[in-house]
Ligand binder design. Structure first.
Ligand SMILES: Nc1ncnc2c1ncn2[C@@H]1O[C@H](COP(=O)(O)OP(=O)(O)OP(=O)(O)O)[C@@H](O)[C@H]1O
Length: 244
């Protein structure tokens, strides 16, 4: 059974082939790591899957629905939500208000949605910051806020674009624990773009390697990190080289 089917996706930017015949499937509850060198097409792939840009070819099927080119808010409402590398909180609003705003994308009584927003704020560890302005958050806090805004939309599928970037190792651990818990406790399906290989190794059931807009390899983390083509294109001599 598959929850997400990306089939033959291609995208050109004025002659630059950002994605070419990209295809893969994701099962419910699976954690798929997405790696590859800078410019490989990872973010463009998320943009296509989440509806931010329409592909030139191919299709994206979420559940039974062809969502190719569907507006992002509709895809999010259907249960597939992404986070952004650069967080853009509404600075004049509190952390809780920012999350509450995201929660309101779902339908339901305001009171209930607000209660759920507070639960999410606490779940990501921002409880003590709930009523402080979002602008006061340090980088690690902004990352958590971005995650909280996505979680407030109760995603079935969460697309995470470098949620660990900019965090020191001690700050990464609780985020990784939270992501693992999302799958274990909520059954959330995760696709995550990440350069930090230790995180990819720890979290992924399967890894997709993109290079120059194409799928270079897929397999377990062990399989792809020992694949000579992946080592040549991305990892270098030692898998640890790709970390940061
Ligand atoms: N809106 C755009 N207009 C023109 N070119 C773009 C656009 N978005 C991406 N590209 C180009 O498409 C290619 C793939 O970019 P993309 O951001 O998807 O790579 P990436 O794998 O996410 O890289 P990184 O790891 O650096 O974030 C790059 O050459 C990039 O310059």
């Amino acid at each position: 059974m598959k929850l997400l089917d990306v089939d033959g996706v291609g995208k050109d930017f004025r002659g630059l082939r950002a994605l070419s015949e990209v295809g893969f499937e994701v099962e419910p509850g699976e954690i798929l790591g997405i790696i590859g060198p800078n410019g490989a097409g990872k973010t463009t792939l998320f943009n296509v899957i989440s509806g931010a840009i329409a592909p030139d070819s191919g299709r994206v099927v979420f559940g039974r629905r062809d969502v190719t080119g569907t507006a992002p808010h509709r895809i999010a409402r259907a249960g597939m939500v992404r986070t952004f590398q650069l967080m853009r909180p509404f600075g004049s609003m509190s952390v809780l208000e920012n999350v509450g705003l995201a929660a309101q994308h779902r339908r339901g009584p305001l009171r209930r949605l607000r209660g759920e927003a507070m639960e999410v704020v606490e779940r990501v560890g921002l409880g003590p910051w709930a009523h402080r302005p979002a602008t006061e958050l340090p980088t690690a806090g902004l990352k958590r806020l971005e995650l909280a805004r996505a979680l407030a939309m109760r995603p079935k599928v969460l697309l995470l674009d470098e949620v660990l970037a900019g965090l020191v190792p001690a700050e990464r651990e609780p985020v990784l624990d939270l992501l693992a818990a999302l799958r274990e406790e909520d059954g959330t399906t995760l696709l995550f773009i990440e350069h930090i290989m230790a995180a990819v190794m720890r979290l992924s059931d399967r890894v997709l390697v993109l290079d120059q807009g194409r799928v270079l390899a897929t397999g377990s983390a062990e399989q792809v990190t020992s694949d000579p083509r992946v080592i040549e294109a991305y990892l270098g001599e030692e898998p640890g080289d790709a970390e940061d």
